[in-house]
Every structure is written in C-alpha cells, then in structure tokens.
Unconditional design. Structure first.
Length: 87
C-alpha cells in the first residue's frame, strides 16, 4: 500500500496535467499545510477502530459512521469549500 506522501505525489502529477494553474496553487498550499502538520504520522492506521462521529453529507443530511458501517465499508472525503461550486 502506498503511503500518504506517495499518494500525494501521484495525485499532484495527475492533476498537473488536467487543472488550471490557480487550482493547482490552492492544492499545493493545502498539501504543504498538511505536511507541516505531520498528518501522516497522526493518521489512523489500517484496521484501526475509528471512534463514531456524525457529519453532514453532500446533501447536507447528517450521517453517522456506525450507521454507514452497517451497510459496508466507508470512505471519508473532505472537500475544500474554495473548490466546490456553489449550488
């Protein structure tokens, strides 16, 4: 499995060929901010038990981790409000 640095490097290479320079600059700054916070060292490990939480989904409905896990695996993704078009 690739570590976070490898995943970020691969993402940067793929995105650089597809996105406008202004968007790439925002991504680059966000990546530097995350690297500076040692997010990889603080990340939850593979097969670790994650505490239950609730968050709004993309439809602004509150969803709970334990409810979603009853249906199967869960992938959690956060979107920068700066990059999400307003509806």
């Amino acid at each position: 499995m690739k570590n976070l640095k490898q995943q970020i490097d691969e993402l940067n290479r793929d995105l650089a060929a597809q996105l406008p320079a202004a968007v790439l600059e925002v991504f680059a700054q966000s990546i530097q901010d995350l690297k500076g916070k040692n997010i990889e060292g603080k990340s939850v490990g593979i097969n670790a038990i994650f505490p239950d939480f609730s968050l709004p989904n993309t439809a602004n409905e509150t969803v709970q981790l334990k409810t979603l896990l009853k249906k199967g695996k869960v992938v959690l993704a956060f979107f920068s409000w700066q990059l999400v078009p307003l509806l």
